[in-house]
Design a protein. Structure first.
Length: 234
């Protein structure tokens, strides 16, 4: 997928030249020429990286960077003619990831962009791995209590969600009805383990309405388990 870069500089010729060069390198580019325009286009365009001039009309680059940091942690590279060390430090403390002074070598800028985007992708992948549970097309988001299959949201009860989370964190592990009830915090096993079958039945129906793969298997003599779709070749 092409990465999108927002170029913010009040010198129109510089913005347009940068946007052209970056487009030739395969990036999608958008230009902004003042601080207010930068914030507006950042919010609407959701770029993957921002090239941000320090000296801007309206809102300066330092404040723009600070506002961006309240919205996102995408990489920001400060572009400026200022070379004083204090300016560089202030820019980095505000939230910029890197700092390059004008005039700059385009090859160096491209290298810095690529390095930052690569590092950001690694961090995001790690973050998603810890905040999402997935098996094939099924993705569970514990923080927001959402479950989706290929971006189609499953409308689950709290108990159904908890059962799905239990299975996703223990793929291929068989659970008895009593074990599932215990994991859910149910203490009256003899009454509530019978309802586990009904919860599983409803889960299967909801999953089956949006995916072809059979996800939850019955383990005879024990209870239930979730299949690993990556192992099944589905």
């Amino acid at each position: 997928m092409q990465k999108k870069i927002l170029v913010v500089d009040d010198e129109v010729n510089i913005s347009e030249l940068l946007a052209l060069e970056l487009s030739m390198e395969g990036y999608i580019c958008e230009a902004a020429f003042d601080g207010y325009d930068a914030i507006s286009k950042f919010e609407s365009g959701k770029p993957d990286l921002v090239l941000l001039d320090l000296m801007l009309p309206g809102i300066d680059g330092i404040e723009v960077c600070s506002m961006i940091r309240k919205l996102s942690d995408v990489p920001v590279i400060m572009l400026t003619a200022k070379i004083e060390t204090d300016d560089k430090i202030f820019g980095l403390k505000t939230g910029a990831d890197d700092y390059i002074t004008k005039p700059f070598d385009l090859g160096e800028l491209l290298a810095r962009i690529e390095a930052l985007l690569r590092r950001y992708d690694i961090i995001e992948a790690s973050r998603r791995a810890t905040s999402e549970l997935a098996n094939g097309p099924l993705v569970l988001y514990p923080d927001s209590q959402e479950a989706k299959v290929q971006d189609v949201e499953l409308h689950l009860t709290a108990t159904e969600f908890d059962i799905l989370k239990l299975f996703l964190t223990n793929i291929n592990k068989a659970f008895s009805r009593e074990a599932i009830a215990k994991e859910l915090g149910i203490t009256d096993f003899q009454v509530d383990t019978r309802s586990i079958d009904m919860h599983i039945q409803r889960l299967r129906k909801k999953l089956g309405s949006v995916m072809e793969e059979k996800l939850i298997d019955t383990v005879f003599g024990i209870g239930y388990k979730m299949r690993n779709l990556s192992e099944s070749g589905s």
